[in-house]
Design a binder for this molecule. Structure first.
Ligand code: GLN
Ligand code: ZN
Length: 746
């Protein structure tokens, strides 16, 4: 047994938010980028945020406070710069260190930014390092050491957090066929020097994050993990090493790490609860500190302290020493529940944000046997919804066979082959945004607001008629965000005033809190859709957000399976579709851009997820009449494991991104026998570039070679809300012309 008082970790968190409790860093960054703040000014704001965080964490009683969890933009980018992994095109800009960093994050003049992608299965996004044969890793930075010293000068002893070398390379992208993991040895040399320097600076513990190992990994990758940590643990001058895995179970990586001489291993016992039974079976853990992540770092519910304490108690005998922690960094939850004054008290009573979670960890760490009484508020229950869920039958998720639906829809809609449409939103002008903001603050009355929105809808309808589009949309001017809009109109959701979470860089989101049974007190989109349809004889497409996407971009309840929550949302959407149909809307799109985002990290968990996700979508849509055409929209084209699910959704038309990948997705859809309508995007809306008629016609020609023209739609890749009219108008004009041209040649 290791003497925990001499060397233990006690209570800790794996990381902390850094954007600032009032988004101070966001504002400072944006001022710096616009030239309104200079570099020393930005550094001052950053330093103050770090000092405030350390003193708060230490003051609340954490035994071990993390450092190097601050970032100006992203911790993966920080790691790339620490080891000099800077692609030549950024070096050539000749900028200062800080501006090179921001050039990699955001692009500079002609040089684009590094690719941005999702951090595992969270809504945080990291910048993808580029590693090639000419990348020469060198320890050039001192951020972890400088921040350690900064904290120490302020009287707080900290545990620097580093992204582990194996995960860093697994998250990187190889340039010109280079395999990043082939550079592991030289990168580990740099980590070895860094550990030496940290030890010399007085650091007692270092945390190395290896979350890539909660996903499926090859034997070679597992062996590399073992090799790296055996080597680092064998260094003569180094701090004690804590290797952290989160967002799931370490699984086979756990015995590999247990065999190395690292002193500590942090496991996620929330997303990876199976580790509780695995840990006692691994003898190597008996000599190590186990950092038990029993407080959920990703969700906002109060911890059931009794259960958490008993989990720790169960593990205590199986390991050398136990410390209490969050399951992952707290960067995925908002700072402080105390900043919320307008939340329903019965909802607030169930919540814990980052600061409250620190208190939970501290109280669990002090004496796990004496924990505060539960006092957790009650979930909003809706017996009608529960009864409906209980009474669901398989046929509630089934429509009549597609050929019959297709015939009924063709007869009703009479659309040409290569029918033209858009994905839903039109550019959101500053006038529209202002009207929405003024409604919120009360500066604009309901009736005036409605008048503004109607005027905008009319304008957008007239524009689409003028452009010659076949299926119109109302343009979504009334929507701030495709999930928040519905959350605000559904019962069972709550919204925060300050609950910001970093999405990437300075961009933050305030996810809705899905806290109780979901129901729809009143129609949500019907008046807008009906008004739009009243203006034109062409079909107007109703526009809804699907159940999976609503869950993916909210904090969701953890007291029932996600599939049940998704079904509750689906029932609300099903009712909305019924009301839209009754109002004469013949085409309804249910967006599911997040379908792939929730895909579990381990392959063995994927089918169960896809089953409930697909089922919820079908529950939402299967009540529609055969003559109602159901569309869905997915934002990407690399489906991988999800491709079969697209067929499972059973939508009549699926619109997807395809412009950049040159229609490749059509071949993928063919392999699964997809035989319904498809709208491969021919206009890449993520770029300000205006595509010309020829190139869109070429893409459409490629499409009709792969799929019969009667099933092909001509549309952009995604919604138009982030573009402006000077781009959108000509682009859509070209799109309509391209469709007409290809139609004529059929
Ligand atoms: N209907 C939405 C829009 O057009 C879809 C957005 C999305 O796919 N993310 O804005
Ligand atoms: Zn999209």
């Amino acid at each position: 047994m290791v003497d925990s008082s001499a060397r233990g970790i006690g209570s800790t968190v794996l990381g902390y938010p850094r954007i600032g409790p009032r988004r101070e860093l966001k504002r400072a960054l944006e001022q710096y980028w616009s030239g309104a703040l200079d570099a020393p000014g930005l550094r001052k704001v950053a330093r103050q945020l770090r000092l405030d965080t350390w003193s708060d964490l230490a003051g609340r009683g954490l035994d071990s406070v993390p450092s190097n969890t601050f970032s100006y933009y992203d911790q993966v980018l920080d790691t790339a710069l620490l080891f000099d992994a800077i692609p030549q095109r950024y070096r050539d800009l000749g900028l200062t260190g800080l501006d090179t960093y921001f050039a990699m994050a955001r692009g500079h003049a002609e040089v684009g930014a590094l690719e941005l992608t999702k951090w595992f299965d969270t809504n945080y996004h990291y910048l993808v390092p580029e590693i090639g044969a000419d990348t020469k890793f060198t320890l050039v930075g001192d951020k972890p050491i400088a921040e350690y010293q900064e904290a120490r000068s302020a009287g707080v002893e900290t545990r620097p957090v580093l992204l582990g070398p194996v995960t860093f390379l697994l998250l990187s992208k190889g340039v010109d066929g280079f395999v990043p993991l082939d550079a592991l040895d030289s990168l580990v040399d740099c980590y070895a020097s860094l550990l030496g320097q940290l030890a010399a600076a007085g650091v007692a513990w270092v945390q190395l994050d290896e979350p890539a190992f909660v996903a499926d990994r090859s034997d070679a990758e597992l062996a590399a993990l073992g090799r790296v940590y055996s080597r680092l643990a064998g260094l003569s001058r180094r701090p004690q090493l804590l290797v952290a895995g989160y967002f799931g179970e370490f699984g086979p990586a756990l015995p590999v790490l247990a065999e190395t001489a690292v002193e500590g291993i942090a496991v996620d016992l929330v997303a990876g609860a199976g580790a509780v039974s695995q840990i006692p079976l691994i003898p190597g853990l008996r000599s190590k500190t186990l950092v038990a992540g029993v407080v959920d770092g990703r969700n906002i519910w109060r911890t059931d302290l009794r259960t958490a304490a008993s989990t720790c108690a169960r593990l205590r005998d199986a390991v050398g020493d136990i410390a209490v922690s969050t399951s992952c960094s707290l960067q995925h939850v908002p700072y402080d529940l105390a900043a919320e004054t307008s939340l329903d008290p019965s909802v607030a009573a169930r919540l814990a944000f980052a600061r409250q979670k620190v208190d939970e960890v501290v109280s669990l760490g002090k004496d796990a046997s004496i924990v505060a009484p539960e006092g957790v508020g009650r979930v909003r229950r809706d017996l009608d919804v529960r009864a409906r869920i209980a009474a669901l039958r398989p046929e509630d998720r089934r429509r009549v066979a597609y050929p019959d639906r297709a015939a009924a829809q063709a007869a009703r809609l009479g659309l040409p082959p290569l029918a033209t449409t858009t994905i839903g939103s039109f550019p959101q002008t500053s006038d529209i945004r202002k009207a929405r903001a003024d409604l919120r603050t009360g500066q604009l009355g309901e009736a005036d607001y409605e008048g503004r929105m109607r005027a905008e809808i009319e304008r957008v309808i007239r524009l689409q008629e003028d452009l010659g589009l076949d299926v119109l949309v109302h343009g979504e001017p009334e929507r701030n965000d495709m999930v928040q809009y519905f959350g605000e109109l559904l019962a069972g959701f709550a919204f925060t005033d300050n609950g910001w979470v970093q999405s990437y860089g300075s961009r933050c989101v305030r996810p809705p809190i899905l806290h109780g049974d979901v129901s729809r007190p009143a129609p949500m989109t019907v008046p807008w859709a009906t008004y739009a349809q009243s203006l034109t004889s062409r079909p107007v497409k109703g526009m809804l957000t699907g159940p999976v996407t609503i869950l993916a971009w909210s904090f969701v309840r953890d007291d029932q399976p996600l599939g049940v929550t998704a079904d509750q949302v689906a029932l609300a959407l099903r009712d909305e579709i019924r009301d839209l149909e009754a109002a004469g809307i013949g085409i309804i799109q249910v967006d599911e851009p997040a379908l792939r985002e929730l895909l579990p990290l381990r392959a063995e968990d994927r089918q169960a997820y896809l089953d409930w996700a697909v089922n919820a979508f079908r529950l939402a849509t299967a009540g529609a009449a055969p003559s109602t055409q159901i569309h869905t929209h997915l934002c990407y084209s690399e489906f991988g494991d999800v491709i079969k699910a697209i067929d499972g959704l059973d939508a009549d038309v699926t619109t997807i991104e395809a412009a950049r990948s040159k229609m490749e997705v059509l071949a993928d859809l063919a392999t699964i026998g997809y035989h319904r309508g498809v709208g491969p995007g021919v206009y890449d809306i993520h770029s300000p570039r205006i595509p010309n008629t020829d190139e869109m016609a070429d893409l459409l020609r490629a499409a009709v070679e792969a799929v019969p023209a009667s099933r092909v739609w001509a549309n952009p890749d995604c919604g138009l809300k982030t573009r402006n009219y000077t781009e959108v108008e000509p682009a859509l004009r070209h799109l309509v012309k391209a469709a007409q041209r290809v139609r004529a040649s059929l």
